[in-house]
Design a protein. Sequence first.
Length: 645
Amino acid sequence: MSGWRARLAGLARGRRSLFLAAGALAVLVAAWHWWPRRDTRPAEPRAAAPGDPRLTFATPYRNVRPEVTYVGDTACAGCHEGQARTYRDHPMGRSLAPVAEAAPVERPDPAAGDSFEAMGFRYRVERRGDRVFHREWVNDEQGRPVFEAEAEVHFAVGSGARGRTYLLSRDGFLFQSPITWYSQKGAWGLSPGFDRLHHHFGRPVPADCLFCHGNRALEVEDAQNHYREPLFEGYSIGCERCHGPGELHVRRQQAGAAYDGADTTIVNPRRLEPALREAVCEQCHLQGVARVLRRGRRAFEFRPGLPLHLFLAVFVKPPTRADAHKFVGQVEQMHASRCFQASEGRLGCISCHDPHVWPAAAERVAHYRGRCLQCHADRGCSVPVAVRRRTSPDDSCVQCHMPSGESDIEHHAISDHRVPRRPGEASPAPVAPADTDLPLIPFHRELAGADDPEGARDLGIALADRVERYPPAVRRALGELALARLGPAVKADPDDVPARDAQAHALWAVGDRDGAAAAFEEVLARSPRREAALQWAAALARERGRRDEAVSYLERALEVNPWRHEFHFLLADAQAQRGAWPVALRECQEALRLNPAGLEARTLLVEAYLQNGQVEQARAEFQRLLALRPPNAEALRRWFAQRAP
């Protein structure tokens, strides 16, 4: 290591950006040079793509088919005005809206903390007519702004029952604001997860996030946060997310056609068998540890009335005596409850939750007590009423048997869906599979069956997705487990891009960087604009010292997404390593335009000014850097004194 990077290595040691990328062109060049131009060997049979469940699953419901179109909530409200009216007040009916149309739940005033500080930054929410702007800035010791960043937020995510966060659109690229409203505290604060990795205004919002917070997002294939205009088909969770596309049903109603028996043009979840009924709720409320799209499937393809596990493999931690009662997800908690296990499928989400009506605060105790008494009327609570009221003056079943506990989201508490008989009581562990040595198991393992032909592939992807979360020793072990499953999957279907992408990460985790580079290049040969593969390919090229390759990958990534400030900084860094300082200077400036809070980009900008002979600009920029209170400020001062005495 030489030059400015050597002098600053101590400052950067141990810091790693979430958005670094990986790849290797040299391996492909060598392979092309030595590989025969014509392969005369007989082609190995490839695994046929699984059939589309919307076409192959046996069901009487005709609206599960892919050609049946969505009609929107307005078409439903014509006949179902009552449900439509009450649903507008349900949290699902208010899950996403343009800011100008969102029902006000925030209090943008000093008493609610519309201006607050977090992690050394200051924030403010400002409403200007129908438009809302979020600001972030830092002041120096004299109270003068070092930088100010402002973004107009376009979408409000969340009903406000627990909180609301905000999205900004930059030419159809969606990012999350660092500012969130927390209803339980009645105050503004830093968005969830930003205290661990501060994204400022640059956190990409992928489709799998919007899957559960919006109706249908029009994702651009292979992009991480790019959406086609108008970005959404419907905003809040709509009628058809639970009932399926309504084209056939509306057409039949408009024609006044008579029918015998059940209406097969639309799905009524209450009439589904238990597993299919629960799948409607699980599409969003079963998060697990990892969620993997099954081979050939896309987000938003699931149709109510079909098994969720044919579209999505959800993995959870295997139950053990130590943690069987510590599930995070409410669906997992419910499945571990005595109520659910003893009901033999009768109990489900909609046994307690009416998806059309959200009970008012004054009615909730009676509402949920009534739901409990549907099963417990003959044998009610054994504790005398007088004793119960000492704990709960309203005699709430939920307060004792579903106490709220802290969730993994800051300021949020959720009810314990294990429904313990006594507070703190452990629930029975779900039945564990024989191979509990695996760190993850499929939640729907009984429905999918032990001979699920795609199960190993999905597990391999889930394991590879988690390797970066662990120290090297664990990372290698997970990588080996993943490779054992991904190797056969990729061999069976070389065009399975998600499996090949996961294989690249697993190879990297076990230390085979050349193999990982070749795998990334295979991914990009099939999906040249796959944004995540480009960013990881660049990171791997940097790690292997392939500067030219890193530059190429990053330039391609910026063609896909020009709004990612990390890509601009990484390209500046790669160009600096090549000695292309004018280009490095330009890319640093662009990175800081998108994210003025970037310490690494600002440090590199100082060096770029120096390398380009712009000493005064370097001095001014260095003072701004110090005003941001970087770690190891004294080391920075010594470094700059040596460079610009």
